[in-house]
Design a protein around this ligand. Structure first.
Ligand SMILES: [Zn+2]
Length: 117
């Protein structure tokens, strides 16, 4: 029996399409933050404020947003998603390596995971 308050109950499941496994329930995934954040080429050249901006501050747009997701309960791979933050509609999901790579650092994560296999 579902004991959650009625307002929290929902029959709607957000499906996220893993580029390798296909559509799966959101509960199989972990959110990895905003995509496209590039590590500064020379971190020592940055001021403390610029470094803090790189480390801690992210956009919080209303509308289209590029994000990183990990299929934590599936293939455990990272991939990119373009999602509308208002409607939750996912426009597309894509692999990070090769064409359409969201960010080099994320692609590096994928390359490291490939080495472990
Ligand atoms: Zn997967």
């Amino acid at each position: 029996m579902n004991t959650a308050p009625r307002r929290w109950r929902t029959s709607t499941v957000l499906l996220i399409e893993c580029p390798w496994c296909g559509p799966r329930a959101e509960t199989e995934f972990s959110y990895g933050g905003e995509a496209g954040i590039e590590r500064p080429a020379d971190p020592y050249a940055l001021s403390d404020a610029e470094w803090a901006d790189y480390l801690f501050f992210r956009r919080n747009p209303r509308g289209a947003h590029r994000e990183l997701w990990n299929h934590a309960q599936g293939c455990r791979r990272w991939f990119g998603v373009e999602r509308d933050t208002v409607s939750y509609r996912i426009e597309k999901s894509y692999r990070l390596s090769g064409a359409g790579s969201a960010r080099p650092a994320a692609a590096h994560i994928e390359a490291s995971e490939e080495k472990r296999r």
